[in-house]
Design a protein around this ligand. Structure first.
Ligand SMILES: NC(=O)c1ccc[n+]([C@@H]2O[C@H](COP(=O)([O-])OP(=O)(O)OC[C@H]3O[C@@H](n4cnc5c(N)ncnc54)[C@H](O)[C@@H]3O)[C@@H](O)[C@H]2O)c1
Length: 390
């Protein structure tokens, strides 16, 4: 964060925040910025990079509470300099959120408390960030003269632990007995069933976004996302398991598997998610008011054990793995049916699991001296309360 000027001010929580603005004179000086909350995070920085590369002005609002994300910020500033506006307050602060939204042309809302584990330790903070923070944003959008279109990232956790599904257990993975789910995955007509404070806060935010589109007619939609992975992800034991397993392998540290490792997820490479975000904004008038399941879908699934095999192939050597009890509410299987969004926009994931995993591996290897120098911190809570991951 070497560019721009900084201003210190007190935020609503009594803490101080910094505002970093790019130096004046950028090529798109008069264009309205695209606002990304949580813009220094994994998903936010990748989207910001794509938008900035296309010449858009981007405003990032992020309190930098996620360990490692300051590296993403540095990368964006070094790569794009004057096109980036960076604000470092908190989504819990309504007045700064209002200010950030005021002249935005589009909004992507990613800022969140992202770990089930932390939500179990401090449900109020989790609620304040995820539910109240989203309401702050929605109110800010509603009170502008020309509300900018909003894309909000929810989670597949809004469907609960899917305890009613029955599975067969193969050598490396679970498979659902229901042929339709096996073939297509879980669709949006699945009843909502919030589990854990994190599930409740994200689920509440998800429903607020849909209702603001309905009641106040603001243009807004929800992505209920499966596991996303790719470069600039500083995964830890609580969130970002694909990157977490790789970082542990590269840095020669043991990996803990909760359960038997046969849990199956559809995983989506970040570039494919960014394509989906752009399509969502492009088709907002048709899509507003809807929630969409977004993930790799049935063509891009992997179990934890299978990922470890892939990493062993890429990295060589022995991985150190040990097993612990299942985490609370861990889904044996979650695969998104992405047909609703694909049908309306033509979107399809392009990057296969082996290709994407290799790209993440290569990026991590290139940045591993940095990783070794500043290890990604696992929040203290995860050591005592290990009860679920995104
Ligand atoms: N990555 C995934 O696999 C995945 C899956 C489902 C849903 N999601 C959702 O997508 C969004 C982005 O996830 P990500 O993987 O990029 O996570 P991330 O942790 O990398 O990014 C979130 C960012 O929000 C910031 N932040 C946290 N609290 C804040 C606050 N109070 N005010 C301002 N900024 C704050 C963090 O510093 C971080 O940079 C989140 O809303 C997450 O719940 C992610």
């Amino acid at each position: 964060m070497t560019r721009g000027k900084t201003n210190a001010a007190a935020n609503g929580n009594g803490r101080h925040f910094k505002t970093l603005t790019a130096t004046p004179g950028h090529k798109n000086g008069k264009s309205k910025p695209i606002l990304i909350t949580g813009g220094a995070g994994f998903v936010g920085s990748n989207l910001a990079h794509r938008l900035l590369s296309a010449g858009h002005r981007v405003r990032l609002l992020d309190n930098l509470s996620r360990s490692g994300v300051e590296r993403n910020l540095r990368w964006l500033i070094e790569t794009h300099g004057d096109l980036v506006d960076i604000e470092v307050p908190d989504v819990r602060n309504l007045s700064v959120v209002k200010q950030a939204v005021k002249d935005a042309s589009q909004v992507f809302h990613f800022a969140a408390q992202v770990a089930v584990t932390s939500s179990l330790v401090d449900p109020i903070e989790d609620f304040e960030i995820n539910a109240r923070g989203t309401l702050n944003l929605l109110e800010s959008i509603r009170n502008t003269d020309n509300p900018p279109p909003l894309v909000f990232t929810s989670t597949n956790k809004v469907y609960g632990n899917l305890a009613d599904l029955k599975f067969t257990k193969g050598p490396t993975r679970y498979a659902p007995l229901d042929a339709a789910i096996c073939e297509r995955g879980i669709a949006e007509d699945r009843p909502l069933d919030f589990h854990s404070p994190y599930g409740c806060s994200k689920g509440a935010a998800d429903q607020y976004v849909i209702d603001y589109a309905r009641t106040y007619r603001i243009p807004a939609l929800v992505f209920r996302m499966s596991c996303i992975y790719g470069p600039h992800q500083y995964g830890n034991e609580d969130q970002g398991w694909v990157a977490h397993f790789m970082i542990r392998s590269i840095t020669g540290k043991p990996i803990t598997i909760y359960g038997d490792g046969k849990q199956v997820r559809d995983i989506l490479f970040i570039e494919d998610l960014v394509d989906a975000f752009l399509l969502a904004q492009q088709h907002m008038s048709r899509l507003s008011g809807n929630a969409f399941n977004i993930g790799g879908g049935p063509a891009n699934t992997i179990s934890l054990l299978e990922l470890l095999d892939l990493i062993a192939e890429l990295h060589g050597g022995e991985l150190s793995i040990h097993f612990e009890n299942w985490r609370a509410a861990d889904q044996r299987y979650y695969v998104a049916n992405t047909g609703k969004f694909s049908g309306l926009t033509g979107w399809k994931p392009k990057v296969s699991v082996p290709q994407g995993v290799k790209r993440l591996y290569e990026w991590l290897m290139a940045s591993s001296p940095q990783l070794a120098a500043t290890p990604v911190a696992v929040p203290a809570v995860s050591r005592t309360l290990e009860a679920g991951k995104l």
